[in-house]
Design a protein around this ligand. Sequence first.
Ligand code: FE
Ligand code: FE
Ligand code: ZN
Length: 168
Amino acid sequence: MKLNSLQDLFVEQVRDLYDAEKQLVKALPKLAKAASTEDLQTAFETHLDETQGHVQRLEHVFTMLGLKPKGKSCAAMEGLIAEGKEMIDEKGDDMVKDAGLIACAQRVEHYEIAGYGCLHTWAQQLGHHEAANLLQQTLDEEKSADHKLSHIAEGMVNMAAAHGAQEA
Ligand code: FE
Ligand code: FE
Ligand code: ZN
């Protein structure tokens, strides 16, 4: 597909994120299973539900554009998920591993935030206001997922510090 217009680029990037979100739907249950902290498990499970909604919103966007939903393989998400898988397979302290899983998940969220930020801007510029609205909703959920992960990580650092103080 040739990118001759912003519209072409918009569609191409919707396809990239559509594939990325579908990859994530498969990966999030594995992250949830690998998490030791209940908070983190719940965060991954909640974001799985949201991510299924992100897939549906993108399908809605395709329909609005008069297109059939079709993904274009997202190499970045493949790489981010591969790193997540490496972390899942690591041996060691549960808390340290959880911190590692959070770091992997936040990389994913930041990738999505960048993607939806661009798509939202282009949708507005192209006059796709309903699509822009849907993209904004997902963007907000990705940002709040990212904040929640930061919050859990900060809580874990405090817990680990308390644990260390006990051992000393
Ligand atoms: Fe998402
Ligand atoms: Fe991508
Ligand atoms: Zn996400």
